[in-house]
Design a protein around this ligand. Structure first.
Ligand code: NAD
Ligand code: IPM
Ligand code: MN
Length: 352
């Protein structure tokens, strides 16, 4: 059966890395239908909004959606509600992809590419399960109010309902069962009400349905420290939207570069997933053709496995990435000199 992947290249290095996904997809699965829509700043410029209603509808109708990245200094002055990042938040919410699986895997060939010592990162294989459609990113009230006399007040609201915690925790426990059977649940129950509720609900769910999985509660600040000190102690890290954003960038550096980290945002069984490299639009290197396309290519592999029913092709593609790295292919972020396209060539060559 033919499947449809909607590509949302977006801004900055987004179109550069998605270009390599296009080439890889054409080689790996020529019958896959690739669609494309404007997203982020590019969509603000072309359509007046960072994600149009039509694009949201196409995303929901596709089998999977793969984005590049959004944002950049060009849109810094745009009202917050229609900034590029707001388009991504709207898409996540409309697609109801509440569980974001961010993979931090240290490729054997890259054990010396991390700023952390080889022995600390060699063999690292972590999944961060980040809650993606709730918490302080979406909580009301929020805004900036004038208090008079030139004084202003900003408010963000961190809020979680029990069902939002339980459904994402379930994803983490199910995943752990297929891996090394260990979940660290990271929150700030020592200072935050949402942290208390998070810990209570995770504990309850664990006792009821997942007592066979090892569960450790960890305060999120200590989790950040442990990720640098001894990241291999982790298997699955379950955490909220904001902590997950921070911890995944940190985990990325253990693998060598954020240009390597793929992710899958998943919702209800059978609904299309949203696949996102963890990195942003990287304005500092955009337009130079030097961005690492592997996070995007590996996100495509996750889409093949989790939304497109082609685990066989996902295996082949991941093996090709490993082989390309084994053969010495390196973009500048991991200590080499290859450009984006040359890295794509290396993966294509390894695909055979
Ligand atoms: P960033 O991830 O874009 O860049 C951080 C650093 O990592 C930069 O030095 C960049 O050059 C480097 N980097 C990122 N991706 C790389 C790649 N594939 N290859 C090599 N190096 C790479 O984060 P930032 O600079 O804080 O944010 C820039 C813009 O991107 C902001 O507008 C932000 O809101 C947006 N952003 C978007 C997403 C997304 O679309 N999913 C994610 C994060 C940030
Ligand atoms: C990410 C990004 C996004 C987030 C922004 C661009 C909305 O940083 O996906 O990690 O904070 O979720
Ligand atoms: Mn982020």
């Amino acid at each position: 059966m033919t499947k449809t992947l909607l590509l949302l290249p977006g801004d900055g290095i987004g179109p550069e890395v998605i270009g390599e996904v296009r080439r890889v997809a054409a080689a790996l699965w020529p019958a896959l239908t690739l669609e494309e829509a404007a997203f982020g700043g590019a969509a603000i410029d072309a359509e007046g909004a960072p994600v149009s209603d039509a694009t949201v509808a196409r995303a929901k109708a596709a089998d999977a959606v793969l984005m590049g990245a959004v944002g950049g200094p060009q849109w810094a002055g745009v009202a917050r509600a229609i900034r590029p990042e707001a388009g991504l938040l709207r898409l996540r919410q409309e697609m109801a992809v509440f569980a974001n699986l961010r993979l931090a895997l240290c490729f054997p060939a890259l054990a010396d590419a991390s700023p952390l010592k080889r022995e600390i990162v060699e063999g690292l294989d972590i999944v961060i399960v980040r809650e993606l459609t709730g918490g302080v990113y979406f909580g009301q009230p929020r805004g900036i109010a004038a208090l008079g006399g030139g004084k202003r007040r900003a408010v963000d609201t961190q809020v979680y309902d029990t069902d939002e915690i339980v459904r994402v925790a379930r994803v983490a426990f199910e995943l752990a069962r297929k891996r090394r059977n260990l979940v660290h649940s990271a929150e700030k129950s020592n200072v935050m009400e949402t942290g208390v509720l998070w810990r209570e609900e995770v504990t309850k769910l664990h006792a009821a349905d997942y007592a066979d999985v090892r569960l450790e509660h960890i305060l999120a600040d200590n989790c950040a420290m442990q990720l640098v000190k001894a990241p291999k102690q982790f298997d699955v890290i379950l955490t909220d939207n904001l902590f997950g954003d921070l911890l995944s960038d940190e985990a990325a550096m253990a693998t060598g570069s954020i240009g390597l980290l793929p992710s899958a945002a998943l919702g209800a069984e059978g609904a299309p997933g949203l696949y996102e490299p963890v990195h942003g639009s990287a304005p500092d290197i955009a337009g130079r053709g030097v961005a690492n396309p592997l996070a995007a290519i590996l996100s495509f592999a996750m889409a093949l496995r989790l939304s497109l029913g082609r685990a066989d092709l996902a295996d082949r593609l991941e093996a090709a990435v490993t082989a390309a790295l084994d053969a010495g292919a390196r973009t500048p972020d991991i200590g080499g000199t290859l450009g984006t396209r040359a890295m794509g060539d290396a993966v294509l060559a390894a695909l055979g």
